[in-house]
Structure formats: structure tokens, C-alpha cells
Design a protein around this ligand. Structure first.
Ligand SMILES: [Fe+2]
Length: 210
């Protein structure tokens, strides 16, 4: 239930500099990150390193200028793409599970991940399908559709997460895409398929907590 990354030029532009971004993220210490404050949204440890935010909850205490100073190359890349209005590193420690949800966002906005250090045992569910990341590649989905993420591996899962405003062409594609999605998946309270059920129905070869 992912969108086609090829429909979004912005994604290939970021993939071209994925290695520089990965190197900056890899140089950060766990203590540089901020624990995501909405503890009810996940279990385990979810660390974030915001670099750009348009709005954020009062409970999130962050010094964006300090973060940008630690990651100047990534910040320059983000500045080159003003359509990106929110971005940051998302680091899920082993065992972390971001629970099923839909995000609050405007309809002309999409979320993407640039995979930096992921693995076979980190997985995202969007609607009824499971997806792995591929390091160096972008993954895009509509966060208005029911989704969840889990790290069943033994290493951190690290991505650059970013939100951007779509162009008219991208918006037209997104509307066509969403017209193919079962409307129940835009209201997760009525669907809320847990990972276990999806695994049971899929060919996904996953081993818990390797
Ligand atoms: Fe989300």
C-alpha cells in the first residue's frame, strides 16, 4: 500500500545524497536525540532528532538550531527543498513498536522516509500490506491511511522522516491512488489490524527479536 516513489522527483533528489545524510546521522549519539513525547503512541524506545518543524506539541522540547548545527549537510539539503516543512531522523530501538494510527495532516501533504540504516527485521504495515525499507531508498505512503511500524531486529532502525507539500501533478496522482484504497483504512478505529494477523496472512518471513 505504498505509493510509487517514481511519481515524486523530490525523493530521487534525496536518494542521491543519502550517503551524506546517513553519515551525519550515524555520527550522532543516542543522547543527542529526543524521546518522542507521545508515549501512548508506541512501546519501547522511539528517539527523534528534528531538523525542521512547522508545528509541534508543547511537550516536545527541542533546539532546532543546535540540531542543524550538528547536521549541516542534511540541513542544507532540506533548505534546497522548501516544500519539505518537517523533517528529522527517526530512530527505533530494538523492540520499539509504533502502534496502529493515522496521522493528523493536511490532505495536500505526504510523508516519506529515506532509509539510512534499516534491516530485514524492521517492518511497516500500511493498510493490509507489509513493507521493508531499502537503505539509500525513499519509501512514501499516505499517513492518512492506517499504519504501524515495528523493529523486530537487534539493531536500531534509522530513517530520515519528512513531510512535504505536493505539487498539482503529485496531488492528482495521490487522489487517484487513494481512490483505490478501502475507505475503512482511513478510519483505523474500525479496522485496526494488528501485526500478528497480517503476518499470519502473508508470506513474510520474519523472526521475532533475532
Ligand atoms: Fe504515522
Amino acid at each position: 500500500m505504498l505509493m510509487e516513489a517514481a511519481q515524486f522527483e523530490l525523493l530521487s533528489a534525496l536518494e542521491e545524497v543519502a550517503e551524506e545524510i546517513r553519515a551525519e546521522a550515524a555520527a550522532l549519539r543516542a543522547s543527542d536525540y529526543v524521546v518522542w513525547p507521545d508515549r501512548a503512541a508506541y512501546t519501547g524506545t522511539w528517539l527523534t532528532f528534528p531538523l525542521a518543524l512547522r508545528t509541534y506539541p508543547d511537550s516536545l522540547v527541542v533546539d532546532l538550531a543546535a540540531h542543524r548545527a550538528l547536521c549541516p549537510q542534511t540541513s542544507r539539503v532540506l533548505d534546497c527543498h522548501p516544500r519539505i516543512f518537517a523533517a528529522g531522523f527517526s530512530r527505533m530501538e530494538p523492540g520499539c513498536h509504533i502502534l496502529p494510527h493515522v496521522d493528523k495532516k493536511e490532505p495536500n501533504v505526504l510523508r516519506a522516509h529515506l532509509a539510512l540504516k534499516t534491516g530485514q527485521h524492521s517492518v511497516m504495515r500500511v493498510a493490509e500490506s507489509l513493507h521493508h525499507w531499502v537503505d539509500g531508498q525513499a519509501l512514501i505512503f499516505d499517513a492518512l491511511i492506517d499504519h504501524e511500524t515495528i523493529n523486530l531486529g537487534s539493531e536500531d532502525r534509522l530513517v530520515l522522516m519528512f513531510d512535504f507539500e505536493m505539487t498539482e501533478d503529485e496531488l492528482a496522482y495521490a487522489k487517484r491512488f487513494n481512490s483505490t484504497v478501502d475507505p475503512r483504512f482511513f478510519s483505523p478505529a474500525s479496522v485496526n489490524i494488528p501485526f500478528g494477523e497480517v503476518f499470519a496472512q502473508s508470506d513474510c518471513e520474519m523472526s521475532p527479536m533475532d
